[in-house]
Write a protein that binds this ligand. Structure first.
Ligand code: ME8
Length: 521
């Protein structure tokens, strides 16, 4: 096929650098990584962005608490997020920091556009602010606990009274509602969409978009007593990274509007209300979709530093393995729902679905080929109906999972692939190729050939989720790099008969659980 590849632009939130990264951050970026990898394999030109949100009062205070200047502090903490991306095998194409010069220029350009269009005015803000949430709250939104006023998220609030620029958010309610109506897939999952719509229908105040009580931010052009509100600054990162306003017009044109902003449910309002309002006001198209995923808890408890149960992604991957962790996080919880991290659930999936179902199947089949077929891809004969059924399911699997990935239903896509793995295991048992060696060696070759083809399809399709393990499986089939894209799925690129195969090695180790062993004793 000639012509240009279709672009696909996907973003993670940019993370605050007040703290070191934990499982929640790894989760969001993992989901994006899987989609980015899927789309690349499916022939798209992908731009996958992540990075760090480095301005604002929260980061300023964290730096002060450590007794270092904010720039040095953000340099250090931002590096932790970059290191995590390397460690988790994330394939981001860029890593943006909001303290970069390119980003300040983009923020100021967007500000000037909003100002020129009469969408920003100077006033003064008297109201509640939560530094932890970096959000303004109306009196009515607050909750009371032990006589203390708190943000609806439970975060402390403080009274702020200072000059401030405002964005005319109150004027955008009807236009936002129309935008949601015209773009039914803009907010996902649907329950979240309803939440946003009722928030907007409830009526909105103008939004304070500058602060004067601290300096750690992007200066407001022409009025340097003010720095921009950290959320206006942060959201603009999605434009900065593709060359807004005039750094790379071709890239901007190609990748905007973004295909997907992936976020946690805590920051949906900023992405689904404020961001499209800023963009519409600046005459820039809003992104195509915002997906708000759920919240992880640890063995049933909210993850928090004060409880001391923060899950460190490095600990997880060291204990269970990187690909096992990647698989579990996306398989365990229907994407969009809240999820609980539990050791038992992790071990159970790792051992039954990875080590047994997929790992053993590969090992059995490839060992039989190694022993009984001169260690080379066997020669198939006539196909029976059962052969055609399972092969057909493998050939059709991309069409089954593509729409599932497109709606970010990772768990369903994995379920579909594992139903093929289950079929393959049943097929091995039914066909009993080990018994055919003496009675019907030609049939044995056909059965093993079919199974090798199923393994090839599964190996190619699980690359986005478990890149290293999939590579090992595909190496065992001696598949050339150019035969690993999705265009190689289906019968046209079937394994070449006679290709020599190496002695198979296990791909998914079992987790031997010291705790469970102890319980048995
Ligand atoms: O909000 N479970 O940054 P942040 C699942 N800088 N996901 C979790 C999680 C958990 N327990 N904890 C955190 C910010 N996350 C802003 C974003 S974007 C323009 C600016 C993930 O460091 C989830 O994606 O507080 C959540 O939305 C994000 O981390 C918040 O990261």
């Amino acid at each position: 096929m000639t012509g240009h590849k279709q672009p696909y632009y996907i973003t993670t939130p940019i993370y605050y650098v007040n703290d070191k990264p934990h499982i929640g951050h790894a989760y969001t970026t993992l989901a994006c990584d899987v989609l980015a990898r899927f789309k690349r394999l499916d022939g798209f030109d992908v731009m996958f962005l992540t990075g760090t949100d480095e301005h604002g009062q929260k980061v300023d205070k964290s730096a002060a608490a450590k007794g270092i200047d904010p720039q040095t502090f953000t340099d250090q903490v931002s590096q932790n997020f970059r290191d995590l991306a390397g460690h988790m095998n994330f394939s981001n194409d860029d890593f943006i920091r909001t303290t970069e010069e390119r980003h300040k220029k983009a923020c100021q350009a967007l500000w000037n556009t909003l100002l020129e269009k009469g969408e920003i005015y100077l006033g003064s803000y008297d109201g509640w602010y939560s530094v932890r949430d970096e959000a303004f709250y109306g009196e009515k939104e607050l909750i009371e606990k032990d006589g203390e006023k708190l943000a609806p998220t439970g975060a402390p609030v403080e009274w702020v009274s200072e000059p401030s620029y405002f964005f005319k958010l109150s004027a955008w309610g009807d236009r936002l509602l129309k935008f949601y109506d015209d773009n039914p897939d803009f907010i996902a999952p649907p329950s979240r969409r309803n939440e946003v719509i009722s928030f907007v229908k409830g009526g909105m105040h103008d939004l304070s978009v500058s602060r004067t009580s601290f300096k750690w931010g992007v200066p407001v052009p022409g009025d340097e007593d003010h720095v921009m509100y950290v959320w206006l600054d942060a959201l603009t990162n999605y434009l900065t990274a593709i060359g807004y306003p005039d750094v790379d017009p071709a890239k901007l044109e190609k990748f905007w509007p973004a295909d997907l902003h992936m976020v946690g449910k805590d920051i949906l309002r900023f992405h689904a209300v404020y961001w499209p309002a800023f963009l519409l006001a600046a005459d820039i198209a809003p992104p195509k979709r915002v997906f708000a995923h759920g919240w992880w808890t640890n063995e049933g408890q909210k993850i928090s530093k004060s409880i001391g149960n923060v899950i460190d992604p490095y600990d997880l991957t060291e204990r269970y393995g990187l690909d096992q962790t990647r698989y579990f996080l996306l398989r365990e919880v229907p994407f969009g729902n809240d999820g609980d991290f539990g050791h038992r659930a992790m071990v159970s999936r790792m051992n039954s679905e990875l080590a047994n179902d997929l790992g053993n199947m590969c090992q059995r089949v490839l060992s039989m080929i190694h022993k009984n077929c001169n260690a080379a891809v066997p020669t198939p004969g006539e196909f029976t109906d059962a052969d055609k059924d399972i092969l057909g399911k493998a050939h059709g699997m991309l069409d089954t999972v593509r729409p599932l990935f497109d709606e970010q239903a990772f768990h369903k896509a994995l379920e579909a692939i594992w139903s093929l793995v289950g079929d393959a295991n049943r097929y091995v048992d039914e066909m009993a190729p080990w018994g055919l060696k003496k009675t019907d060696p030609a049939r044995m070759e056909t059965v093993l050939y079919i199974l090798a083809e199923v393994i090839r399809h599964v190996g190619i399709l699980v690359q986005p989720i478990m890149p290293d393990s999939a590579a090992k499986i595909l190496d065992l089939l001696v598949l050339a790099d150019e035969k690993r894209g999705f265009e190689a799925l289906g019968p046209d690129h079937a394994l070449a008969v006679g290709t020599e195969l190496p002695k198979p090695e296990g791909v998914f180790p079992r987790f031997v659980d010291p705790e469970a062993e102890g319980e048995k004793a």
